[in-house]
Write a protein that binds this ligand. Sequence first.
Ligand code: PGA
Length: 367
Amino acid sequence: MSTHAPTLRTYYRQRKANQWHKIPAEAGDPGAIRPFLAGNWKMNMIPRSGVALAARIFDLCRDIRDVEIGFAPPYTGLSALADYIKPDFLRQEYGLGRNVFLLAQDTFFESKGAFTGEISSEMLASIGVDRVIIGHSDRRTNLGKYFGFGSSVARRLTREFLLQEVELLRVREDVDPTVLAAIEHLTAEARQDILKGLARFMEAELRERAGESDEAIQKKIQACLTHGLQIILCCGENREARQTHETFKLLDRQIRMGMEAVSPRIAGDVIIAYEPVWAVGEGAQPAKIEQISEVHGFMRNLIMDLYGEQVAATLRILYGGNVKPDNIADIMNIPDVDGALVGGASLKACDFARIIRFGLGQAGTGA
Ligand code: PGA
């Protein structure tokens, strides 16, 4: 496939001979699928810089109405951007339509209470957020690294601590006998080395893997839907899963668990982002076109199994992981790809504007 191959802007999707195809639609056709190009700013941009970045991008993308554009600033940048991207203003100033969306990078599933530092989906909806990224790999897998959950577990895996615990557990009636037996076994004098080894293993495991569970992600989706927010459900395998051929099994679980919270009536509004963890971030290589194509096809067929052909034809599946101006056209030419979730390149106005234009235009000219 060539980078300069023509790429459809708006389209319908049809299934023929067991394969999905994009069928061109008229510009402005309200029933057609519009690709969605979303910038995930992660922990970058103070509010003022975020508004300036968005303004530069709009300037380079004047009159583009057939592509949806999304910005996901950090929580602190949401209000300022919400004030700036009002549809009337965007139409008058930049000739844009209702195709600009404000995204949050995460939310918490409880509606209120003693959850210091968390933000509820009701709070996001109240300041004009349209869509919420849920289950990004930074949150599914990296929290153990940031917060050191492993060390707090390891600290408890000592003979002294467990001896105290076992005394407490013995007098309780609701204790799982397997747990009690295991702790008694581990606290035996002869098991000290095993305990030390186990503590080190748990610490390393949790540092590597602790993060948001599929259950937490499902609850977050539920909370967002309750408040009328659209979902961008991120999923993707890490390098280890790909190497051990577990990719499809893992994606199957991530999607089934996430979508369990979604009724057939609104399933078509969900956006799924396939972000292979090994392809995300600086220094990584994007997935190959064949790999993206294979996974997106698998996901679309899974959605068809869960919700039927109509939903599968309309639900948008984005790719994320080192999307750049020079690879977006090839990625958008894949029949099952409906857009991209862009990290690093979304922080540079020229790059993101060219991505919105599917790689066309010269950097900095807006052409
Ligand atoms: P990247 O990030 O484009 O910098 O690889 C993508 C993402 O994390 O959403």
